[in-house]
Design a binder for this molecule. Structure first.
Ligand code: NAI
Length: 284
């Protein structure tokens, strides 16, 4: 994958991991559209670059029409997009049983439908352009590893991983790579997600626990630097790797999870020969 001269579109690019990706892409000679819901953060991010090749586009990724408009604006200014980073995400740090339907709609809208909208907007354009490219969807280690909280977040991230894997098979013939980025703790503003929650989806929301947000802010200060995550991401894209795991410390826990899954399989003697009779043994 040749980065030089390509146009990239990075959602949630005004902060955290997305902003790290923007910096890394510019350093590789890409043109970059930063798409984010936070106008103040977009303005602040743009100010840090002395570069004609970067623009800011205000976008709520949950909006289908808004996504198409943002893509049009980016392509009018910077040329056709062939690198897409569906990275915008929020977290609601609470369990499923203490959540409302508005909680579901908000988190699913941004973390899952935002990624779907990015794929539905750009995949047809990239196929028509015929210059290959790459789509990176940001999931999380939480797309494999669950605790009790945050359950809605886990749901969205597992879904992003599944859709990315399927998409990888369907776009490969077009020379378009797909990867899923699965970071652990990152230095970011995700603890402040509630600031961008739409009022229309705030019904039944639990009051924000200021002390818990403060604790999360402290925790995220110790997270991995976005520039490190971005460098590992661009390297993995170049090698067309599907899973991007910037945090090696999770390897042992992942091994435990897969061992637990395999341990749940049983041999059922009455089914002997079933798979051979049906001819259906493999999903991929
Ligand atoms: P961040 O809060 O620093 O950056 C996310 C950006 O997304 C913000 O600038 C925010 O304004 C934007 N955003 C939120 N809702 C949006 C919407 N509806 N439309 C457009 N933009 C929107 O957080 P971070 O951590 O950099 O998040 C990036 C991605 O990384 C997310 O998908 C997150 O789930 C994922 N992630 C983060 C981890 C962490 O420890 N911070 C760990 C694993 C995954």
């Amino acid at each position: 994958l040749d980065y030089e001269g390509r146009t990239a579109f990075v959602t949630g690019g005004a902060n955290g991991i997305g902003l790290g990706l923007v910096r890394a892409l510019l350093a590789q000679g890409c043109k970059v559209a930063i798409a984010d819901i936070r106008e103040d953060a977009l303005a602040a991010a743009i100010k840090t670059f002395d570069n004609q090749s970067v623009i800011a586009v205000q976008l709520d990724v949950a909006s289908r029409a808004g996504f198409a408009r943002a893509a049009d604006r980016a392509e009018a200014a910077l040329g056709p997009v062939s690198l897409v980073f569906n990275n915008a995400g929020i977290n609601l740090f609470q369990t499923i049983d203490e959540s409302s339907y508005d909680d579901w709609d908000w988190v699913m809208g941004v973390n899952l439908h935002g990624v779907i909208n990015g794929v539905m907007t750009f995949a047809p354009r990239m196929k028509a352009l015929g210059q290959g490219g790459h789509i990176v969807n940001t999931a999380s280690m939480a797309s494999f590893l669950c605790g009790g909280a945050p359950g809605i977040y886990n749901t969205t991230k597992f879904a992003v991983r599944g859709m990315s894997e399927s998409l990888r098979y369907s776009l490969a013939p077009h020379g378009i790579g797909v990867s899923v980025l699965c970071p652990g703790l990152a230095k970011s503003h995700i603890y402040a997600s509630d600031e961008v929650r739409p009022s229309a989806l705030s019904g039944g929301a639990k009051p924000v626990d200021g002390a818990a947000v403060d604790r999360l802010e402290q925790l995220h200060q110790f997270g991995m630097e976005p520039d490190v995550i971005a460098a590992r991401t661009l390297e993995a894209m170049q090698e067309n790797r599907f899973h991007i795991f910037p945090h090696p410390e999770f390897r042992d826990e992942m091994a435990t999870v897969f061992d637990e899954i395999l341990a749940d399989f049983r041999d059922y003697p009455e089914d002997a020969g079933f798979a051979q009779r049906t001819g259906f043994e493999k999903m991929r």
